[in-house]
Design a protein around this ligand. Structure first.
Ligand code: HEC
Ligand code: HEC
Ligand code: HEC
Length: 127
């Protein structure tokens, strides 16, 4: 046989390499969050990370609707019980003051570009 000792392991490695995207994605969880700059002075978001990651767009929509109807409402965190003003700039961006290294970095990685900043003021970011 022609160098089967080398060829077979070689084929196995080649096979694993070529199929990597398939087996790595078992469970569909292979989306990797880019490296984000998180607020240093807070431990928690307004909800659990899993929840806010999936639902922040919905929460912001609800906040906007509530604001338009009644002015600033208060949102009670089901994680900590703390109350937050329903505001994009005053609440979210107060903690997440590095928009570029946080919101933008994540959105760029999935090619979404929320149009909010056409009107809402972006935080300056801290150095
Ligand atoms: C009190 C400060 C604070 C407020 C207010 C806040 N966040 Fe957060 N947020 C955090 C912290 C701290 C984390 C990281 C938590 C962790 O890793 O356990 C986080 C995590 C997140 C994540 C997940 C990041 C990841 O790792 O995937 C998203 C998305 C997010 N926040 C969006 C928002 C949005 C949108 C709002 C407003 C509706 C908001 N946050 C309000 C402090 C805050
Ligand atoms: C962990 C990654 C991640 C982080 C961090 C993150 N987002 Fe998002 N965001 C997404 C994804 C993914 C979508 C698209 C969801 C969809 O279309 O279903 C999205 C969508 C949105 C939308 C709706 C946009 C639209 O056109 O429908 C808004 C508004 C938004 N994000 C605001 C924010 C703000 C504000 C921050 C920073 C405080 C932030 N996001 C941080 C992942 C993230
Ligand atoms: C055409 C301009 C415009 C765009 C685009 C826009 N908004 Fe607003 N939004 C407003 C105005 C005006 C208010 C009223 C607040 C005020 O008077 O300062 C408001 C209020 C809000 C509020 C409640 C008040 C507050 O302090 O945050 C939320 C939450 C909000 N918008 C979220 C969003 C999100 C999320 C997006 C993007 C998906 C968005 N808005 C895009 C103009 C806009």
């Amino acid at each position: 046989m022609y160098h089967s000792k080398k060829i077979i392991p070689g084929l196995i490695i080649f096979f694993l390499f070529m199929t990597f995207p398939f087996w790595f994605n078992i469970g569909g969880e292979a989306y990797v969050t880019p490296e984000l700059v998180l607020p240093e002075d807070h431990e928690n978001c307004i909800e659990s990370v899993e929840f806010i990651r999936a639902e922040h767009m919905t929460i912001l929509d609800q906040w906007r609707d509530a604001y338009v109807r009644d002015g600033y409402g208060l949102y009670e965190s089901s994680l900590t019980g703390e109350m937050y003003a329903m505001s994009l700039t005053k609440t979210c961006m107060d903690c997440h003051d590095d928009k570029e290294q946080f919101c933008d970095r994540c959105h760029d990685s999935v090619s979404v570009s929320p149009y909010c900043w056409a009107c809402h003021i972006e935080p300056e970011g801290v150095e």
